[in-house]
Design a binder for this molecule. Structure first.
Ligand SMILES: Nc1ncnc2c1ncn2[C@@H]1O[C@H](COP(=O)(O)OP(=O)(O)OP(=O)(O)O)[C@@H](O)[C@H]1O
Length: 255
């Protein structure tokens, strides 16, 4: 059997006496979208930080496609196919949307640091960038400077840059936080499109239960740093253990 796209084994981090992520073992298969939920301070973002390499683990392992990446820095993990959205540092505010996407495609393709000058020779990469712009519905804004995009479009651009990297694992941490109501569906349908491609695992930290219900195949619940429930959304969100453990979530679950 193929190794899971991503796996954490007994992953733990302590801050002094506080165990923020407590022995979390969990595997994510390609073609699935897993929502990670839990009350504030449950350890969701810290778990993401351990997976992406932003934070070193105290103990435990992270495996990407079966390969142990625990000791690797974040940049190497990205190169190996771990794509975390909204943490990207490769967005150039002074360049247009199109130029940003082209640079990301070119960087992934290893076309060198000669950047925009080479574009005329790489029709395939130009086409790929245009396809991605279309996929994220930013073709109409291709000439706009990244810095001048409204927030929602900037999120879309960040997803575009992530797609350009062709990761096998996509990690989204509250992708619609702070967005206006009319922008939310676009970003959610983008994430749904990614899931439909079938060859990647998608992890989504999300507080909005309606989003979880509509997008996720599976829900993983963290509480006090530990994984306390894992299963199909309807089952997990209705389970007594989750309802009892999460008084704070109860209102949201009933929405
Ligand atoms: N660098 C750090 N140093 C000390 N404590 C930390 C650090 N990072 C996180 N923590 C603590 O670890 C716990 C988990 O925090 P984390 O942000 O991962 O929770 P979360 O589930 O993502 O919460 P939220 O939903 O509010 O984003 C919290 O108690 C937090 O204060």
């Amino acid at each position: 059997m193929a190794a899971p796209a991503l796996e954490t084994r007994d992953l733990t981090v302590r801050f002094g006496g506080h165990v923020a992520v407590d022995g979390v073992s969990c595997a994510f298969e390609a073609g699935t979208l897993t929502a990670i939920v839990g009350p504030n301070g449950a350890g969701k973002t810290t778990w993401f930080n351990l997976i992406s390499g932003q934070l070193p683990a105290t103990s435990g392992r992270v495996l990407l496609g079966g390969r142990d990446i625990s000791g690797l820095p974040a940049s190497s993990r990205t190169r190996l196919g771990l794509g975390r959205a909204f943490q990207l540092t490769n967005l150039f505010p002074g360049l247009s949307v199109r130029e940003n996407v082209r640079l990301a495609v070119q960087a992934r393709a290893g076309a060198g640091a000669d950047l925009l000058r080479r574009w005329t020779h790489r029709r395939d990469l130009i086409d790929e960038a245009e396809d991605i712009l279309e996929q994220v519905r930013l073709s109409g804004r291709a000439g706009t400077l990244a810095a001048e995009l409204p927030d929602g479009d900037q999120r879309k651009l960040e997803v575009a840059l992530l797609i350009a990297l062709r990761p096998r694992v996509f990690m989204f941490d509250e992708p619609t936080a702070g967005m206006s109501v009319d922008e939310v569906p676009t970003v959610l349908s983008l994430i749904q499109d990614l899931r439909r491609q079938g060859d990647r695992a998608i992890l989504l930290v999300e507080h909005k239960m309606d989003v979880v219900r509509s997008l996720a195949d599976r829900v993983v619940v963290l509480h006090n740093g530990a994984l306390v429930a894992d299963g199909p959304p309807a089952e997990v969100m209705e389970s007594a253990v989750v309802r009892e453990a999460y008084l704070g979530l109860e209102a949201a679950l009933d929405e």
